[in-house]
Design a protein around this ligand. Structure first.
Ligand code: SAH
Ligand code: SF4
Length: 383
């Protein structure tokens, strides 16, 4: 297969063009055609020299991901399901708000971390996405939305990217960083570092590397105020316990585009939502680092065995944090009528790690199948 130009950040594309005997400014032109104008056909890149167009046609491709389905929610949220081959599919979600559009992007087919409350985690892990597959989600979403929303020339649909779709982005670091660079590049999507967020369950060494390589906004999925509970919810905590994780967050702040870390906290009824647990959280973070909390009411899915905290309990929890001086917001659930809410992204994953099977054996009667939201039918039709 010929190289996919979506795999390259601008430096990579410049090196590729150099290999074809072309100067750097040609790479800039090409990069702008691809990312700013959404063009995949070299012949239509009218201001590129004809000789370069000819060379490219034989040597490369702009290869997006095959789209399996598109769902629109009553609240304007859009969910796309993309085929990434071998029976795997990943989901991407657009969330429109009054003043901006946010795209939630996937980094892996499945996830190996296996958090108890996460539908992706329950499915197990198939493989890392390539840089091109990560960028292709933004490329397709931005340019499809511009057409669908009839946006005037020079305006964009997506101002914010959050790496909060399927997968643990910091366990796919090598592919993630060039993708982030394309999101940030003025010749690419031109997003500000404050408007690109990597969300992680806490891969400590990679938080440090991200600080050095490409410091964007950081969100850390905390979910518990102590190691014992966090060990049981986020298995990665056994490797990188809270104290080490908070240490990495402190170090990250020296380079971060924002002067705080966002902590995500999934509100699970009777598990992590007691006011005393909010007090313990306060003690954990308050004197240690500037942070904000984003409480996410748990989005249930079959086989989780967990329940969403009541609004009253979420409000009481938030109040404790707010009274302790920490800015705390409750995430509004969007797109849940199309299974596009946090943690409901299930795509279709051919589990290679047996995570899902081990989990099913431990938590459910033998042979129980975990239903896959929406994706099964779309994929089944293709097989
Ligand atoms: N792997 C990364 C990013 C993807 S998950 C991470 O864990 O941070 C994005 C966010 O959705 C995380 O904060 C995660 O904890 C949250 N989430 C996962 N499952 C959820 C569910 N069922 N309900 C609500 N939030 C969930
Ligand atoms: Fe993976 Fe994040 Fe889901 Fe945990 S919450 S299983 S890290 S995607």
């Amino acid at each position: 297969m010929s190289p996919n130009l979506l795999d390259f950040d601008l430096e990579g594309l410049a090196a590729f063009c150099e290999g074809l005997g072309e100067k750097r400014f040609r790479a800039v032109q090409l990069y702008r055609w691809i990312h700013q104008r959404g063009e995949a056909d070299f012949e239509r890149m009218s201001d590129l020299a004809k000789s370069l167009r000819g060379k490219l046609a034989g040597a490369a491709e702009v290869r997006g991901l095959p789209l399996l389905s598109e769902h629109r929610s009553a609240d304007g949220t859009v969910k796309w399901l993309f085929d990434v081959g071998a029976g795997n599919a990943v989901e991407t979600v657009f969330i429109p708000e009054a003043d901006r559009g946010t795209l939630c992007v996937s980094s892996q087919a499945g996830c190996a971390v296996g958090c108890r409350f996460c539908s992706t985690g329950h499915q197990g892990f198939s493989r890392n996405l390539s840089t091109g597959e990560i960028v292709a989600q933004l490329w397709a979403a931005e340019h499809r939305l511009r057409v669908a929303l009839a946006m005037p020339e020079g305006t964009r649909a997506i101002d914010n990217v959050v790496m909060m779709g399927m997968g643990e982005p910091l366990q796919n670091y090598a592919a993630l960083v060039p993708a982030l660079r394309t999101m940030l590049d003025d010749h690419g999507y031109g997003l500000s570092r404050r408007r690109v967020t990597v969300s992680t369950s806490g891969v400590v060494p990679m938080i440090d590397r991200l600080r050095d390589d490409c410091p964007v906004a950081l969100a850390v999925s905390l979910h518990a105020p102590d190691d014992a509970l966090r060990d049981s919810l986020v298995p990665l905590n056994r490797k990188y316990p809270l104290d080490e994780l908070l240490g990495a967050c402190e170090r990250y702040l020296s380079a971060a585009p924002r002067d705080f870390i966002t902590f995500e906290y999934c509100m699970l009824d009777g598990v992590n939502d007691a006011p005393e647990q909010a007090q313990a959280l306060l003690r954990l973070v308050r004197d240690r680092l500037p942070c904000k909390f984003n409480l996410i009411p748990f989005n249930p899915f079959p086989a989780s065995g967990l329940h969403r905290s009541s609004p009253a309990r979420v409000a009481a929890f938030a109040r404790v944090l707010q009274d302790g001086g920490i800015v705390t917001t409750v995430r509004r659930t969007r797109g849940d009528d199309i299974d596009a809410a946090c943690g409901q992204l299930a795509g279709e994953v051919q589990d290679r790690t047996q995570v899902a099977r081990r989990r099913a054996r431990a938590t459910a009667p033998a042979g129980r199948v975990i239903p896959i939201a929406g994706a099964g039918a779309a994929l089944a039709g293709r097989r």
